[in-house]
Design a binder for this molecule. Structure first.
Ligand code: 6PG
Length: 241
């Protein structure tokens, strides 16, 4: 495996500051992408950490020309879009309903469908949008306290996939199946921003950032975009400060 990209790291005093910096950075990156190519692509992370950032997008303090942005999802739970566990529902309520973005620019993973079918559809969508070698302009990721990211969980089959951009992934520890982007596709991204907050992440973050860990045990370590940047933004609690 290629040497992990050395990530840049920024520590902020609290989750709200992490969110504010992330929104400003993402807005800048999307504006650059739009300037360069006419549109920008933003991949959303699920879970709870990014919600504060999405709510700031809804407030509109940091301008984004959403008419020129395509929004994608890094992973989805196998639930309907109106289910409490749906990453799409979280993003919809946090900001997608509040911003002026064409419905056709929001690309949802169909968590309600058969996982293999939904993953196949999304794989085809990504190939149609990004072709054979392009990736997301901005990739947002979180990290679980087990070192997973998106729905790339330790020792799951999705970690070894090299010929797909999106797959269904059986996660025995959660007794569920997820839909997730694959490592090769995530590693095509231009700017990858990993948001980590909370003292429950201190241990795993220390393990991951010392670079001694096993990527199969801590799949976030598989994220090393060769032609992009990798940035960890965390609060002092997660940093153990
Ligand atoms: C999901 C996310 C997942 C998340 C981590 C961290 O669907 O849950 O995509 O990868 O980013 O589990 O979640 P928290 O931010 O809630 O700790």
């Amino acid at each position: 495996m290629a040497d992990p990209t050395v990530p840049s790291i920024q520590v902020h005093p609290d989750p709200a500051t992490v969110a504010r910096h992330a929104v400003t950075r993402v807005a800048e990156l999307l504006a650059q992408a739009i300037e360069l190519g006419g549109t920008g692509s933003l991949c959303l992370a699920g879970g709870s950490t990014p919600k504060a950032m999405y709510e700031l997008f809804a407030k509109g303090d940091v301008p984004v020309d959403w008419s020129k942005v395509h929004v994608f999802f890094g992973d989805e739970r196998t639930v309907p879009p109106d289910h409490a566990d749906s990453n799409y529902r979280m993003a919809k309520q946090a900001f997608l309903d509040a911003i002026d973005i064409p419905a056709t620019n929001v690309h949802r993973m169909r968590g309600e469908a058969d996982p293999e079918e939904a993953a196949g559809e999304y794989d085809a969508l990504l190939r149609g949008h990004f072709g054979d070698d392009r990736g997301m302009d901005v990739m947002l990721l979180g990290m679980g306290d087990d070192g997973h990211t998106a729905s790339l969980f330790p020792h799951t089959t999705a970690l070894d996939v090299t010929d797909r951009l999106c797959v269904s992934n059986r996660v025995d520890k959660l007794d569920t199946t997820r839909i997730t982007l694959t490592v090769p596709f995530i590693n095509r991204s231009g700017q990858t921003l990993v948001l980590v907050t909370g003292e429950n992440k201190t241990q795993v973050l220390d393990t991951v950032l010392t670079g001694e860990a096993d990527p199969r045990e801590h799949p976030i370590l598989l994220i090393n975009p060769p032609a992009g940047t990798l940035h960890f933004s965390m609060d002092t609690a997660a940093a153990g400060m």
